[in-house]
Ligand binder design. Structure first.
Ligand SMILES: [Zn+2]
Length: 279
């Protein structure tokens, strides 16, 4: 049923995906970037991206400082803020990364936002969504997966993503992928000179909020399976980093707080009505 519906609304993104992935079982880097670029165009057109240059340049600079330490530093990495109170962050194939304003508002220190961005960078570096496409491609169901991965087969889905948490907007990663991205995030923030303890700190804050007031946060949990064990595993990763490598790393700085103050001052995009779009 779902596959039929996806096929029926075959639009720009879906047609592109078919061309990109049907000829073979593996996805080249060029194909990955092209897929990500097309879908990023649609995200930019359909979700309320923050256009303010001060705010967007800050996230771009912070994200780039992390991404350039990776083995995929040659990708044209792009980091954007989506103007939604909901907590969320996601990566499209090829290095197109989005973080919701609601998540930034909850990240008290530089190290916490850096940890989230590094986790998303980790998914791209490890090509998690590409591997999902390749796996599904072998079994001939790339069409549906393409829709699910990119979620951009129709604009209603993309709009609904803000409300329902964006779960459909991008890959639902396995627990294994999440653990790998966490581990990669620890490595990447340390390489970028930022304290990795922001990663478990942010996780704990989100888990606590889920317990007390889950409304604005279910989206994040729908796409990022997060339990206590993931936090403990991340703390173990950090404990394994040599103390000399942790010395002097940044937890926060005035420019991050200035960025947050600037963001708080910006007018908000209207939130969608709860029942305006059905996913
Ligand atoms: Zn993840």
């Amino acid at each position: 049923m779902r596959r039929r519906a996806s096929a029926r609304v075959a639009g720009f993104a879906l047609a592109g995906l078919l061309t990109l992935v049907l000829p073979g079982c593996s996805v080249s880097e060029d194909q990955e970037v092209e897929l990500g670029r097309r879908n990023a165009e649609q995200v930019d057109a359909q979700l309320p991206v923050v256009r303010d240059p001060v705010a967007s340049n800050y996230v771009q600079a912070l994200g780039t400082s992390i991404a350039r330490t990776t083995e995929r530093s040659d990708l044209d990495w792009r980091f954007r803020i989506i103007d939604s109170r909901q907590v969320n962050a996601f990566a499209l194939p090829g290095g197109f990364i989005y973080v919701n304003r609601g998540l930034i508002e909850r990240a008290e220190g530089l190290d916490e936002l850096a940890g989230v961005l590094a986790h998303e960078v980790g998914h791209v570096v490890l090509r998690h969504s590409v591997h999902q496409i390749e796996k599904q491609n072998k079994t001939g169901v790339a069409v549906e997966l393409g829709c699910r991965l990119t979620n951009l087969c129709n604009s209603d889905v993309a709009r609904a993503a803000i409300q329902v948490g964006g779960a459909a907007l991008f890959a639902r990663y396995s627990r294994h992928d999440e653990a790998e991205a966490d581990s990669e995030a620890v490595r990447l923030v340390v390489n970028a000179g930022i304290d990795p303890t922001g990663i478990p700190t942010m996780f704990r804050r989100l888990l606590e909020e889920r317990r007390t007031s889950p409304l604005g946060i279910e989206a994040f949990f729908a796409s990022h399976p997060l339990e206590e064990d993931r936090i403990v595993a991340t703390e173990h990763e950090i404990a394994a980093v040599p103390p000399s490598a942790l010395r002097g790393l940044r937890r926060d700085d005035p420019s991050y707080q200035a960025f947050k103050a600037h963001l708080a001052w910006l007018p908000r995009a209207p939130e969608p009505e709860p029942n305006a779009v059905s996913p």
